[in-house]
Write a protein that binds this ligand. Structure first.
Ligand code: NDP
Length: 343
Protein backbone atom coordinates (compact mmCIF):
# COMPACT_ATOMS: atom_id res chain seq x y z
CA UNK A 1 0.00 0.00 0.00
CA UNK A 2 1.67 3.18 -1.20
CA UNK A 3 1.00 6.08 1.17
CA UNK A 4 1.77 9.79 1.26
CA UNK A 5 2.96 10.60 4.76
CA UNK A 6 2.80 13.99 6.47
CA UNK A 7 6.33 14.68 7.77
CA UNK A 8 5.94 17.45 10.37
CA UNK A 9 4.07 20.67 11.20
CA UNK A 10 4.55 23.42 8.66
CA UNK A 11 5.14 27.13 9.05
CA UNK A 12 4.95 29.45 6.06
CA UNK A 13 4.55 28.01 2.58
CA UNK A 14 4.23 24.22 2.49
CA UNK A 15 6.93 22.35 0.54
CA UNK A 16 6.92 19.09 -1.35
CA UNK A 17 9.38 17.74 1.23
CA UNK A 18 6.72 18.17 3.96
CA UNK A 19 5.36 14.88 2.60
CA UNK A 20 6.97 11.61 1.55
CA UNK A 21 5.92 8.31 0.02
CA UNK A 22 6.19 4.93 1.77
CA UNK A 23 5.12 1.48 0.67
CA UNK A 24 3.95 -1.45 2.77
CA UNK A 25 2.13 -4.71 2.23
CA UNK A 26 -1.44 -5.05 3.47
CA UNK A 27 -4.23 -7.61 3.18
CA UNK A 28 -7.03 -6.34 0.96
CA UNK A 29 -9.64 -7.42 3.54
CA UNK A 30 -11.46 -5.67 6.35
CA UNK A 31 -9.98 -7.14 9.56
CA UNK A 32 -12.30 -9.03 11.87
CA UNK A 33 -13.85 -6.72 14.46
CA UNK A 34 -13.54 -3.60 12.26
CA UNK A 35 -17.03 -2.40 11.29
CA UNK A 36 -16.04 -0.52 8.22
CA UNK A 37 -14.93 -0.75 4.63
CA UNK A 38 -11.71 -1.25 2.72
CA UNK A 39 -11.60 1.04 -0.31
CA UNK A 40 -9.37 1.45 -3.32
CA UNK A 41 -8.76 5.16 -3.79
CA UNK A 42 -9.29 6.47 -7.31
CA UNK A 43 -9.19 10.28 -7.24
CA UNK A 44 -7.82 12.49 -4.45
CA UNK A 45 -8.73 16.13 -4.05
CA UNK A 46 -6.14 18.85 -3.37
CA UNK A 47 -7.85 21.48 -1.23
CA UNK A 48 -6.46 24.70 0.27
CA UNK A 49 -7.85 23.90 3.75
CA UNK A 50 -5.38 21.00 3.92
CA UNK A 51 -2.67 23.59 4.53
CA UNK A 52 -4.49 24.62 7.73
CA UNK A 53 -4.37 21.02 8.94
CA UNK A 54 -0.60 21.01 8.34
CA UNK A 55 -0.12 23.59 11.11
CA UNK A 56 -0.06 22.89 14.79
CA UNK A 57 -2.60 25.64 15.30
CA UNK A 58 -6.17 24.40 15.24
CA UNK A 59 -8.74 25.95 12.96
CA UNK A 60 -12.11 24.34 12.48
CA UNK A 61 -10.48 20.92 12.39
CA UNK A 62 -7.59 19.13 14.02
CA UNK A 63 -4.03 19.06 12.71
CA UNK A 64 -2.65 16.17 10.68
CA UNK A 65 -0.55 13.71 12.64
CA UNK A 66 3.16 13.75 11.73
CA UNK A 67 4.15 10.30 10.48
CA UNK A 68 0.62 9.39 9.38
CA UNK A 69 -0.86 9.65 5.87
CA UNK A 70 -2.59 12.84 4.82
CA UNK A 71 -6.35 12.61 4.62
CA UNK A 72 -8.77 14.53 2.46
CA UNK A 73 -11.65 14.26 0.03
CA UNK A 74 -11.51 11.53 -2.55
CA UNK A 75 -13.44 9.14 -4.73
CA UNK A 76 -13.01 5.43 -4.00
CA UNK A 77 -14.38 1.96 -4.69
CA UNK A 78 -15.36 -0.47 -1.94
CA UNK A 79 -13.23 -3.64 -2.14
CA UNK A 80 -14.43 -5.27 1.07
CA UNK A 81 -17.05 -4.42 3.66
CA UNK A 82 -18.12 -5.31 7.18
CA UNK A 83 -20.60 -2.44 7.23
CA UNK A 84 -24.28 -3.14 6.48
CA UNK A 85 -24.76 -0.03 4.31
CA UNK A 86 -21.87 -0.70 1.93
CA UNK A 87 -21.20 -3.58 -0.41
CA UNK A 88 -18.30 -4.62 -2.61
CA UNK A 89 -18.22 -2.53 -5.77
CA UNK A 90 -19.97 0.55 -4.31
CA UNK A 91 -18.49 3.86 -5.40
CA UNK A 92 -18.15 6.43 -2.65
CA UNK A 93 -16.83 9.94 -2.08
CA UNK A 94 -15.75 11.56 1.16
CA UNK A 95 -12.82 11.60 3.54
CA UNK A 96 -10.19 9.02 2.75
CA UNK A 97 -6.42 8.59 3.09
CA UNK A 98 -3.75 9.75 0.65
CA UNK A 99 -2.86 6.16 -0.10
CA UNK A 100 -3.79 3.41 -2.52
CA UNK A 101 -6.08 1.57 -0.09
CA UNK A 102 -7.82 2.86 3.03
CA UNK A 103 -9.74 1.32 5.89
CA UNK A 104 -12.61 3.63 6.75
CA UNK A 105 -15.30 3.66 9.42
CA UNK A 106 -18.08 5.27 7.40
CA UNK A 107 -20.06 8.12 8.91
CA UNK A 108 -22.88 9.41 6.81
CA UNK A 109 -22.85 12.94 5.45
CA UNK A 110 -20.51 15.90 5.09
CA UNK A 111 -20.62 17.24 8.59
CA UNK A 112 -16.90 17.88 9.06
CA UNK A 113 -13.68 17.79 7.10
CA UNK A 114 -12.32 14.92 9.16
CA UNK A 115 -14.79 12.20 8.30
CA UNK A 116 -17.85 11.39 6.25
CA UNK A 117 -18.60 9.15 3.31
CA UNK A 118 -21.34 9.34 0.70
CA UNK A 119 -22.41 6.71 -1.79
CA UNK A 120 -22.20 7.92 -5.37
CA UNK A 121 -25.66 7.63 -6.93
CA UNK A 122 -25.00 9.12 -10.36
CA UNK A 123 -22.21 7.51 -12.33
CA UNK A 124 -23.09 8.93 -15.76
CA UNK A 125 -20.73 11.88 -15.14
CA UNK A 126 -16.93 11.71 -14.71
CA UNK A 127 -16.25 10.19 -11.29
CA UNK A 128 -13.52 12.77 -10.62
CA UNK A 129 -16.30 15.41 -10.48
CA UNK A 130 -17.04 14.17 -6.95
CA UNK A 131 -13.79 15.82 -5.85
CA UNK A 132 -14.91 19.14 -7.32
CA UNK A 133 -18.04 20.06 -9.20
CA UNK A 134 -20.25 17.50 -7.43
CA UNK A 135 -18.22 17.39 -4.23
CA UNK A 136 -17.12 19.70 -1.47
CA UNK A 137 -16.14 22.67 -3.70
CA UNK A 138 -19.45 22.34 -5.56
CA UNK A 139 -21.65 22.46 -2.48
CA UNK A 140 -19.53 25.38 -1.20
CA UNK A 141 -20.15 27.37 -4.38
CA UNK A 142 -23.84 26.51 -4.32
CA UNK A 143 -24.51 27.26 -0.66
CA UNK A 144 -22.23 30.30 -0.56
CA UNK A 145 -23.72 31.91 -3.63
CA UNK A 146 -27.40 30.98 -3.58
CA UNK A 147 -28.03 30.72 0.16
CA UNK A 148 -25.79 33.42 1.58
CA UNK A 149 -25.55 36.04 -1.16
CA UNK A 150 -29.29 36.17 -2.02
CA UNK A 151 -28.42 36.95 -5.65
CA UNK A 152 -30.82 38.68 -7.99
CA UNK A 153 -30.87 38.96 -11.76
CA UNK A 154 -28.85 41.89 -13.06
CA UNK A 155 -26.65 42.27 -9.98
CA UNK A 156 -22.92 42.94 -10.17
CA UNK A 157 -20.84 40.01 -8.93
CA UNK A 158 -17.11 39.76 -8.29
CA UNK A 159 -15.32 36.43 -7.68
CA UNK A 160 -11.66 36.04 -6.66
CA UNK A 161 -9.61 32.88 -7.42
CA UNK A 162 -12.30 32.75 -10.06
CA UNK A 163 -11.01 29.89 -12.19
CA UNK A 164 -10.46 27.50 -9.29
CA UNK A 165 -12.50 24.58 -8.01
CA UNK A 166 -15.09 26.78 -6.30
CA UNK A 167 -14.76 30.03 -8.26
CA UNK A 168 -15.42 28.63 -11.71
CA UNK A 169 -18.78 27.35 -10.50
CA UNK A 170 -19.80 30.54 -8.70
CA UNK A 171 -19.28 32.47 -11.94
CA UNK A 172 -21.42 30.04 -13.90
CA UNK A 173 -24.18 30.07 -11.28
CA UNK A 174 -24.14 33.87 -11.41
CA UNK A 175 -24.42 33.88 -15.21
CA UNK A 176 -27.25 31.33 -15.17
CA UNK A 177 -29.15 33.73 -12.94
CA UNK A 178 -28.52 36.71 -15.23
CA UNK A 179 -25.94 38.54 -13.12
CA UNK A 180 -23.01 40.52 -14.48
CA UNK A 181 -19.89 38.70 -13.29
CA UNK A 182 -16.21 39.56 -13.26
CA UNK A 183 -13.44 37.25 -12.04
CA UNK A 184 -9.85 37.73 -11.00
CA UNK A 185 -7.14 35.13 -11.42
CA UNK A 186 -3.37 34.92 -11.46
CA UNK A 187 -2.39 34.24 -15.08
CA UNK A 188 -3.30 35.04 -18.67
CA UNK A 189 -4.26 31.41 -19.26
CA UNK A 190 -6.76 31.55 -16.39
CA UNK A 191 -8.16 34.91 -17.52
CA UNK A 192 -8.70 33.50 -21.03
CA UNK A 193 -10.43 30.49 -19.52
CA UNK A 194 -12.76 32.70 -17.51
CA UNK A 195 -13.72 34.77 -20.53
CA UNK A 196 -13.81 32.08 -23.21
CA UNK A 197 -14.91 28.91 -21.48
CA UNK A 198 -16.47 29.70 -18.14
CA UNK A 199 -18.80 32.45 -19.32
CA UNK A 200 -17.54 35.34 -17.20
CA UNK A 201 -18.46 38.73 -18.66
CA UNK A 202 -14.88 39.81 -18.14
CA UNK A 203 -11.82 38.91 -16.08
CA UNK A 204 -8.44 40.30 -15.11
CA UNK A 205 -5.05 39.13 -13.89
CA UNK A 206 -4.71 40.59 -10.40
CA UNK A 207 -0.94 40.14 -10.52
CA UNK A 208 -0.79 42.68 -13.34
CA UNK A 209 -3.06 45.22 -11.67
CA UNK A 210 -0.84 47.32 -9.45
CA UNK A 211 -3.84 49.36 -8.38
CA UNK A 212 -6.65 46.93 -7.59
CA UNK A 213 -8.94 49.79 -6.57
CA UNK A 214 -8.60 51.36 -10.02
CA UNK A 215 -9.23 47.97 -11.65
CA UNK A 216 -12.39 47.39 -9.63
CA UNK A 217 -13.64 50.89 -10.44
CA UNK A 218 -13.01 50.16 -14.12
CA UNK A 219 -14.97 46.90 -14.07
CA UNK A 220 -17.62 48.03 -11.61
CA UNK A 221 -18.18 51.77 -12.14
CA UNK A 222 -21.45 51.45 -10.18
CA UNK A 223 -19.99 49.21 -7.46
CA UNK A 224 -20.25 45.54 -6.49
CA UNK A 225 -23.44 43.91 -5.18
CA UNK A 226 -21.96 40.51 -4.38
CA UNK A 227 -18.38 39.56 -3.62
CA UNK A 228 -17.59 35.85 -3.36
CA UNK A 229 -14.31 35.92 -1.47
CA UNK A 230 -11.84 33.08 -1.96
CA UNK A 231 -8.67 34.96 -1.07
CA UNK A 232 -9.20 37.49 1.77
CA UNK A 233 -6.37 39.89 2.65
CA UNK A 234 -5.78 43.04 0.65
CA UNK A 235 -8.23 42.01 -2.05
CA UNK A 236 -11.06 41.87 0.47
CA UNK A 237 -10.00 45.23 1.86
CA UNK A 238 -10.10 46.89 -1.54
CA UNK A 239 -13.38 45.24 -2.46
CA UNK A 240 -15.03 46.64 0.71
CA UNK A 241 -14.69 50.23 -0.47
CA UNK A 242 -16.07 49.23 -3.87
CA UNK A 243 -19.19 47.54 -2.50
CA UNK A 244 -22.62 49.02 -3.01
CA UNK A 245 -25.00 49.80 -0.19
CA UNK A 246 -26.68 46.58 1.01
CA UNK A 247 -24.05 44.48 -0.74
CA UNK A 248 -23.35 40.89 0.31
CA UNK A 249 -19.98 39.23 0.82
CA UNK A 250 -19.64 35.47 1.25
CA UNK A 251 -16.32 34.71 2.88
CA UNK A 252 -15.62 31.28 1.44
CA UNK A 253 -11.87 31.25 1.89
CA UNK A 254 -8.83 33.40 2.55
CA UNK A 255 -6.07 31.57 0.76
CA UNK A 256 -3.80 34.63 0.71
CA UNK A 257 -3.60 34.35 4.50
CA UNK A 258 -3.05 30.62 5.01
CA UNK A 259 0.75 30.83 4.88
CA UNK A 260 1.37 34.15 6.59
CA UNK A 261 2.26 34.56 10.23
CA UNK A 262 0.50 37.89 10.79
CA UNK A 263 -2.85 38.33 9.01
CA UNK A 264 -2.71 41.28 6.64
CA UNK A 265 -5.10 43.38 4.66
CA UNK A 266 -8.42 44.41 6.11
CA UNK A 267 -8.46 48.06 7.16
CA UNK A 268 -11.83 48.95 5.67
CA UNK A 269 -14.16 46.88 7.84
CA UNK A 270 -16.09 50.02 8.77
CA UNK A 271 -17.54 49.86 5.25
CA UNK A 272 -19.75 47.08 6.63
CA UNK A 273 -21.45 49.74 8.69
CA UNK A 274 -21.48 52.67 6.29
CA UNK A 275 -22.83 50.61 3.42
CA UNK A 276 -24.84 48.12 5.49
CA UNK A 277 -22.99 45.26 3.81
CA UNK A 278 -23.89 41.72 4.75
CA UNK A 279 -20.61 39.81 5.07
CA UNK A 280 -20.76 36.22 6.22
CA UNK A 281 -18.23 33.47 6.64
CA UNK A 282 -19.36 29.93 6.03
CA UNK A 283 -18.23 26.33 6.01
CA UNK A 284 -19.80 24.00 3.48
CA UNK A 285 -20.52 21.38 6.16
CA UNK A 286 -23.04 23.70 7.82
CA UNK A 287 -24.99 23.43 4.58
CA UNK A 288 -24.67 19.70 3.94
CA UNK A 289 -28.46 19.31 4.07
CA UNK A 290 -28.57 21.16 0.73
CA UNK A 291 -26.64 18.40 -1.02
CA UNK A 292 -29.68 16.61 -2.54
CA UNK A 293 -31.10 19.93 -3.79
CA UNK A 294 -27.69 20.88 -5.14
CA UNK A 295 -27.34 17.62 -7.09
CA UNK A 296 -30.89 17.95 -8.41
CA UNK A 297 -30.10 21.47 -9.63
CA UNK A 298 -26.65 20.90 -11.03
CA UNK A 299 -26.87 17.49 -12.74
CA UNK A 300 -29.28 18.65 -15.45
CA UNK A 301 -27.08 21.69 -16.13
CA UNK A 302 -24.07 19.40 -16.61
CA UNK A 303 -25.96 17.09 -18.93
CA UNK A 304 -27.28 20.01 -20.98
CA UNK A 305 -23.77 21.49 -21.19
CA UNK A 306 -24.89 24.61 -19.32
CA UNK A 307 -22.24 24.06 -16.68
CA UNK A 308 -18.72 23.03 -17.62
CA UNK A 309 -15.89 22.16 -15.28
CA UNK A 310 -12.15 22.48 -15.72
CA UNK A 311 -9.98 19.91 -13.95
CA UNK A 312 -6.22 19.74 -13.57
CA UNK A 313 -5.25 16.07 -13.24
CA UNK A 314 -1.87 14.74 -12.18
CA UNK A 315 -1.08 11.04 -12.20
CA UNK A 316 0.08 8.99 -9.20
CA UNK A 317 0.44 9.56 -5.47
CA UNK A 318 4.05 10.69 -6.07
CA UNK A 319 2.65 13.74 -7.87
CA UNK A 320 0.52 14.63 -4.82
CA UNK A 321 2.97 16.87 -2.94
CA UNK A 322 3.72 19.12 -5.93
CA UNK A 323 0.02 19.33 -6.77
CA UNK A 324 -0.99 20.23 -3.23
CA UNK A 325 1.80 22.77 -2.74
CA UNK A 326 1.02 24.20 -6.19
CA UNK A 327 -2.36 25.50 -4.97
CA UNK A 328 -0.50 28.25 -3.13
CA UNK A 329 1.39 29.51 -6.17
CA UNK A 330 -1.58 29.12 -8.51
CA UNK A 331 0.02 26.27 -10.46
CA UNK A 332 -3.35 24.54 -10.82
CA UNK A 333 -5.62 25.49 -13.68
CA UNK A 334 -9.06 24.44 -12.46
CA UNK A 335 -9.82 21.79 -9.86
CA UNK A 336 -6.62 20.03 -8.77
CA UNK A 337 -7.05 16.25 -8.69
CA UNK A 338 -4.54 13.46 -8.07
CA UNK A 339 -5.37 10.30 -10.01
CA UNK A 340 -4.38 7.22 -7.99
CA UNK A 341 -6.26 4.73 -10.17
CA UNK A 342 -9.02 5.07 -12.76
CA UNK A 343 -10.98 1.99 -11.74
P1 NDP B 1 -8.51 26.77 -6.19
O1 NDP B 1 -8.83 25.67 -7.12
O2 NDP B 1 -9.03 28.15 -6.51
O3 NDP B 1 -6.94 26.81 -5.99
C1 NDP B 1 -6.36 27.80 -5.21
C2 NDP B 1 -6.09 29.07 -6.05
O4 NDP B 1 -5.94 30.17 -5.17
C3 NDP B 1 -4.77 29.02 -6.81
O5 NDP B 1 -4.86 28.35 -8.04
C4 NDP B 1 -4.47 30.50 -6.99
O6 NDP B 1 -5.09 30.96 -8.17
C5 NDP B 1 -5.17 31.17 -5.80
N1 NDP B 1 -4.19 31.70 -4.83
C6 NDP B 1 -3.20 31.03 -4.22
N2 NDP B 1 -2.51 31.86 -3.40
C7 NDP B 1 -3.09 33.08 -3.53
C8 NDP B 1 -2.83 34.37 -2.95
N3 NDP B 1 -1.84 34.55 -2.06
N4 NDP B 1 -3.62 35.40 -3.31
C9 NDP B 1 -4.63 35.24 -4.21
N5 NDP B 1 -4.92 34.05 -4.79
C10 NDP B 1 -4.17 32.99 -4.45
O7 NDP B 1 -9.02 26.41 -4.72
P2 NDP B 1 -10.52 26.12 -4.25
O8 NDP B 1 -11.47 26.62 -5.28
O9 NDP B 1 -10.59 24.72 -3.82
O10 NDP B 1 -10.66 27.04 -2.95
C11 NDP B 1 -10.85 28.44 -3.08
C12 NDP B 1 -11.03 29.06 -1.69
O11 NDP B 1 -12.22 28.55 -1.10
C13 NDP B 1 -9.90 28.74 -0.73
O12 NDP B 1 -9.66 29.88 0.06
C14 NDP B 1 -10.49 27.61 0.11
O13 NDP B 1 -9.88 27.52 1.36
C15 NDP B 1 -11.93 28.01 0.17
N6 NDP B 1 -12.89 26.94 0.43
C16 NDP B 1 -13.77 27.10 1.47
C17 NDP B 1 -14.76 26.20 1.72
C18 NDP B 1 -15.75 26.44 2.81
O14 NDP B 1 -16.44 25.52 3.24
N7 NDP B 1 -15.86 27.68 3.27
C19 NDP B 1 -14.85 24.97 0.92
C20 NDP B 1 -13.93 24.91 -0.21
C21 NDP B 1 -12.96 25.86 -0.41
P3 NDP B 1 -4.57 32.26 -8.96
O15 NDP B 1 -3.61 31.76 -9.99
O16 NDP B 1 -5.81 32.84 -9.52
O17 NDP B 1 -3.89 33.14 -7.95
Amino acid sequence: NKQLIFRDYVTGLPKESDMYVTTSTIKLKVPEGFHGVLVKNLYLSCDPYMRLRMSRVEGYSSSYTPGAPLTGYGVAKVLDSRHPDYKVGDLVWGITGWEEYSLITPTEGLKSIEQGLKKIQHTDVPLSYYTGLLGMPGISAYAGFYELCSPKKGEYVFVSAASGAVGQLVGQFAKLLGCYVIGSAGSKEKVDLLKNKLGYDDAFNYKEEHDLDAALKRYFPEGIDIYFDNVGGKTLDTVLVNMRVHGRIAVCGMISQYNVHQPEGVQNLACLLFKRIHMVGFAFFDHHHLYPKFIETVLPYIKEGKIVYVEDMVEGLESGPAALVGLFSGRNVGKQVVVVARE
